[in-house]
Write a protein that binds this ligand. Structure first.
Ligand SMILES: [Zn+2]
Length: 163
């Protein structure tokens, strides 16, 4: 502590004895000695963080701080600027419903004589045109639109077309 002027080895903040701990640069677990040349006094918090990291990892931790090393104990971190949050992404604009109807009609036209013959297959055919998913409500609304526009007529579950 005397050699380090009473400051933490890493963050250079005054180090009260209660906060001080001995960090083995080369961890004891990795064969580091208890000699002075392997030991530094530092904040308990950074000692706990470094734990038994390899020297390489410890260097990385220190270098990552880009010369502004702060031990992770809250001391001197008050100035840390909070990152402004990125503005939320604008929600994807849903296509107007008319486009969907037009898409369905165009697809049904393409099918020629192979159009779905029942309301059930028509509904699943329409659903399959929206691989990204379509809600039950939207699906039945589309089928209703087809019928109310006279393009599709359903009687006793059989479907006829006037596209
Ligand atoms: Zn410190």
């Amino acid at each position: 502590m005397f050699v380090q002027g009473g400051l933490c080895f890493f963050c250079k903040q005054p180090l009260p004895k209660a906060e001080a701990s001995v960090e083995h640069l080369l961890a004891s677990a990795n064969g580091g000695s208890n000699n002075d040349e392997n030991c530094v006094a530092c904040c308990k918090a950074v000692n706990a963080l470094l734990g038994s990291m390899s020297l390489k990892e410890k260097f990385q931790v220190v270098l990552n701080q880009k010369g502004q090393f702060k031990c992770p104990n809250g001391a001197g971190t008050a100035k840390t600027a909070t990152q402004p949050k990125a503005p939320p992404k604008a929600p994807a604009i849903a296509k107007p419903k008319d486009d969907r109807l037009a898409l369905v009609v165009a697809n049904l036209k393409q099918r020629g004589n192979a159009k779905p013959r029942t309301l059930k297959t028509l509904t699943s055919t329409v659903a399959a045109l929206f691989p990204k998913g379509i809600s039950e409500a939207e699906l039945s609304a589309l089928v209703q639109q087809l019928m109310s526009s006279g393009k599709v007529t359903a009687s006793e579950n059989k479907v006829t077309y006037a596209l």
